[in-house]
Design a protein around this ligand. Sequence first.
Ligand code: ADP
Length: 294
Amino acid sequence: MAALQHLVSHLEIQTGQSLHNHRLSSVGGGDINSAYRLQAANIDWFIKLNRADLAEMFLAEAASLRELADIGAVRVPKVICFGECQQHTYLVLEFIELGALQGRSASLFGQQLALLHQNPQAYFGWSIDNTIGSTPQHNGRHDDWISFWRQQRLGKQLQFAAANGYRGSLQTQGEKLLEKMGGFFSDYRPHPSLLHGDLWGGNAAADKQGQPIIFDPACYYGDREADLAMTELFGGFSRDFYAAYQATYPLDSGYKTRKTLYNLYHILNHLNLFGSGYLNQANSMIGQLLAALN
Ligand code: ADP
């Protein structure tokens, strides 16, 4: 609590805003950080807090939110500030009352995500590295999507898995997949789009007016199918959403197969973050993908 009071005084200086008579309450629901709502006259902020050594994570999150805001296709929380205070790193965003993304809001989100994805980018990767969950996500620039996905995404997660002790067939079959995965792109050329990067149901909502909101991004420039695939991985998005996306920016028919290639990244990440409960799923996805290539 003393750390939080210190942070409030620090934010008062940092932003030049009066936080006199403020109210501070804890907000649940996050995976990685502790979160708070800070209210004062004319102030309603959402604060994420973590250990000082993770400062780059919030710097990257702020950069993601700002880039999404610049394109302006989907609403994101405004970044107020970020930095370090004593042993903590913090990110301060505008607080938004969040509700379910359904009906008209879901359709609107489908359209808006399609517009975000239609915005062309110059290369695959991003200007800085970031994290997916708490795992490092490397965004080194590539002009070729297949080599980006092979080296910076699946290859890195397989290396993390080996370091975590997952060797044997996950690695041998995984290597085979890396060699052969070009086969999924024989008649499909992805274009770089700004992706949210971590688009599961817990990172999208609607505000009180029904306007879609996305948050907690792990942005990079990549094949839009990777964002779409993740919406299907853990559920939470309605038919209205998919119908509106498809009507605005139709998907290639090969998406149905490639989505397993894209979701394998997140399942390997879950294996690395949460342990062996995800090993069978990772092996079975690799098996399916290799079978589809034969
Ligand atoms: P973490 O990085 O720890 O996963 P999130 O950014 O997902 O944290 O935030 C945790 C929860 O707080 C979210 O599930 C959401 O319900 C809520 N939340 C996120 N951003 C805001 C915001 N700007 N205003 C209000 N609530 C928010």
